[in-house]
Design a protein around this ligand. Structure first.
Ligand SMILES: NC(=O)c1ccc[n+]([C@@H]2O[C@H](COP(=O)([O-])OP(=O)(O)OC[C@H]3O[C@@H](n4cnc5c(N)ncnc54)[C@H](OP(=O)(O)O)[C@@H]3O)[C@@H](O)[C@H]2O)c1
Length: 279
């Protein structure tokens, strides 16, 4: 185990995350795969009995995120991939009352990164990868209504959560700027043929998503490529921390994502919000 690279992949049970987990294992990693469905995790473990470590956790529940970090079984973590995500047709809340899109796509990765920082720092070349989206270009932080208590709309909530993910990437990369600090990236995987746009939104929105991906979508293999590439690049070839990618090319994130005052405010407010889970 000592020389073997270790990755944690959230949302490893379907879509892009499943492909990333398999791709990393095929390249010699041990993967701790996080999912909310035990049966799906068991199936993956049957396929990779030696190198897949299943971990059940519903990431809409921040107590489960905390438990996940506490039970992390290795000393070191080389690659942390925040892939789990969703878009929800109607406003729902998780066990602590946080809006589902916001907690799964933004708060839970934020908390997991914070709690696993000690293990990341034990790696000689740690990297964190956020599966973000071009949706962040349409995102706007609705200060005072980040949980979308007023005026919920699926695309607005999704875009806001993806914007927050990119802002978190940029903020941490500036905070962690010493050479030995973990590198942190955000990636747009492309429009990928998965069920993300239809599994939690029945009706016309799900139908539109299925039609778009049927005709325009790329495969999960293509969608996983950028994340696999960043996970496996040798240390001396790693791009600058804080970079946002599409198809292995560094791309400029939105002006909103680059707004330093908003990014700092979001980071501080999120830390205050999550304080009770950090104890
Ligand atoms: N597909 C695209 O075109 C596209 C474009 C841009 C960005 N992205 C991003 O890429 C990432 C992966 O998306 P995908 O397209 O592969 O979607 P997907 O097939 O629906 O996969 C999402 C993964 O997240 C898991 N997940 C969702 N809610 C969870 C929760 N509460 N607790 C634990 N796991 C949870 C899902 O679990 P289940 O297997 O149980 O459903 C699944 O494994 C997302 O962050 C998404 O925003 C996708």
């Amino acid at each position: 185990m000592s020389n073997q690279k270790i990755a944690l992949v959230t949302g490893a049970t379907s879509g892009i995350g499943l492909e990333i987990a398999g791709g990393l294992i095929r390249q010699g990693f041990t993967v701790l795969g996080v999912g909310r469905r035990q049966s799906a995790l068991n199936q993956i473990q049957e396929q990779f009995p030696e190198h897949f470590v299943p971990q059940l956790a519903d990431l809409s529940d921040l107590e489960q995120v905390k438990a996940l970090a506490k039970s992390y079984p290795f000393e070191r973590l080389d690659v942390l991939i925040h892939n789990a995500g969703g878009a929800n047709g109607s406003r729902q809340v998780g066990p602590q009352g946080f809006e589902l899109t916001w907690v799964v796509n933004y708060l839970s990765p934020f908390l997991l990164t914070k709690l696993l920082e000690p293990q990341l720092r034990k790696s000689s070349s740690a990297r964190i990868i956020h599966l973000a989206s071009t949706a962040h270009y349409h995102g706007k932080l609705d200060w005072g209504n980040l949980q979308a208590e007023r005026g919920y709309f699926i695309l607005k909530a999704y875009a806001q959560s993806k914007l927050a993910q990119v802002m978190h990437t940029l903020y941490l990369s500036k905070k962690w700027n010493a050479s030995k600090d973990p590198k942190i990236y955000a990636v747009h995987p492309g429009v990928v043929k998965t069920h993300i746009g239809s599994k939690n939104s029945a009706g016309w929105m799900g139908a539109i998503w299925n039609a778009i991906t049927l005709f325009k979508g790329i495969s999960v293999q293509e969608g996983a490529d950028n994340s696999l590439w960043l996970s496996t690049l040798p240390e001396d070839q790693l791009p600058a921390s804080g970079s946002y990618f599409h198809r292995r090319k560094i791309t400029k994130p939105s002006a909103a994502a680059r707004n330093e005052a908003d990014t700092t405010r979001l980071f501080q407010e999120t830390e205050e919000l999550l304080e009770r889970f950090l104890l």
